[in-house]
Design a protein around this ligand. Sequence first.
Ligand code: HAM
Length: 416
Amino acid sequence: MLKKPPGIEDVFPDRITKWNHILNTAADVFSMFNYREIIIPVIEFTEVFARGIGADTDIVSKEMFTFEDRGGRSLTLRPEGTASVVRAYVENGEYNRLSACKFFYRGQMFRAERPQKGRLRQFNQFGAEMFGSGDSYYDYEVILMMDLISRKLNIKDYTLLINSIGCKECREDYIQVLKAYYKPLLGSMCKDCNNRFDKNPLRLLDCKKESCAEPKKDAPDITGYICDNCSNHHYRVMDYLQKSGVAYTEDPRLVRGLDYYTKTTFEFVTDKLGGQNAFAAGGRYDNLVELFGGRATPAVGFASGIERLFLLMDEEAGETGIDYFLIHSGSESLKVITALIPKIISFNLSIDIDPEKTGFKAQFKKANRENAKHALIIGDNEIESGKFIVKDMITGEQKIYDLDKFDHYLKSQIKN
Ligand code: HAM
């Protein structure tokens, strides 16, 4: 038997209703705020991610699926969407000229991480990116969208963590203070943190290893070091959130694992996912467009992992079932009921039928399995008496109607 590689999943039809419910809910919320879909490539030149995410990040240095094409160029399966959207935005001058530009995307991402619950090597994200304004309103807008999506998906018990990691200039001062604090402690810390000390010191705050938890406790917070401009921006975002009733917790240690962030960083976290606590994350990245060769363009965005949302949602979420399961007793009754199908679907009602089974018991069993809201029954007795029966599959209530008034019945259902 052939098998799929580790950390990669098939999504069978029994998961699709819930899966599409997530995607449709996100797309609905994005369109409410005028974000329009962009389809970005699954493969990019490796440079897009190395430059965008940062060569010293875990994602770029350890987790990318990178290979050479036949022409010897280095290509990578996208580990996230932001760098690709920025590349597309800069490469396509048309969009680059618009003032505020809003995109959303969805699709597979690839990271060679150690697979576990909620952590896959091929996973799916939806995300949104806004280009062209440094206004704190937009930080609020992207956070609000994710909060709305979470509530619409009925996700409970989550926390929104928010921080500001300042801009290029003010962060430098903080990094010096942070390095001075960590320098004498490095001997007891992990190998990765010793590397981070030189290459990416902010990430010292992000280490989850036990050996590094103790030193982190007394590390200086960035809050006291960011400049007035960054600080005002941060307070305005929090003010917007507070005024619109979006609960948040300030977390001065929230630095994120991608290098492009400036000012706002945020994560939606829960303790229901085991080792993986974030189901959505993002922030502002005001320097990335310029880094990709575009003109200086502030930007902000976020992405959420569909598999993680899936795990957090109720089992039957999004499950709507079909409107009518058609039940017959074979031969003549099958002909009569089949002739009604075009009429039923012309009212935008969904149906299913089993033409091979003639026993009512087996057909009702199937109606239940297909989550039918109603069973529409026309057996030999009904044909003889010119009637049809509708059973409400939830309450069990049955009603009898005249077959020659079938259209009238359908119209009354639509009104209800
Ligand atoms: P990220 O935090 O790397 O950010 O990923 C965002 C979300 O993708 C995570 O919160 C998680 O739900 C999901 N995710 C990440 N890795 C995995 C995995 N191995 N298995 C399953 N789910 C995963 C970004 O990707 C940024 N591009 C977000 C962003 C957009 N920032 C600004 N704009």
